[in-house]
Design a binder for this molecule. Sequence first.
Ligand SMILES: [Zn+2]
Length: 205
Amino acid sequence: MNTPDSLASKWLDRASSDHTIVFLLDALKQDNCPTGPLSSLVKNTTCGPDRAGGFAMNVTSIESATLDKSSQNYGGKKTSSAPKPTIVICQNNIYDYPDYLRTLSHELIHSIDQCRAKADWSNLKHHACSEIRASNLSGECGYGVELLRGNMKHRGGHIDCVMRRANLSLKANPNENGEGEEVIKEVFPQCYADLYPFMRHPGSN
Ligand SMILES: [Zn+2]
């Protein structure tokens, strides 16, 4: 898919007033992560297949956040100042605005975990926990989204989806040597129940 730059930047503009995104940005601030306007944190770019986005902390400028397919984080010169997240959205793998919002929420939840819990991405338990939270809370496992992917199971479908997507992300971690699924099962109950910064699941009405 080739999402033109103009459309991706329109989505970014629109996202800056989306109430879930504003709420997540606020939570980042409260966790002592310096933030700023959404446009200063997010870079729309083109990536290889199967990758919707990523994030890095403490890169000197948004331009230096280059894609590193093999890890959760992006390369870039580190600064010694307070951590500031840089989020990369792979616009060529995003098919519409709701998909853009879900991807952005997913990466913001990772950023929040980095800020509040000092997640260590080389630790598979930390990585698994954040992927479970990001898939659970971003809406990417909503029933409608799963239907579009051809997954029709209703009962238990959400949990299956969160596990499946967390597993896929964990496989990209260079420290994963086949134990990802076990690690996910181990941390799942605690991390799936952790809705922070939401008071209740954002998908429930
Ligand atoms: Zn993720």
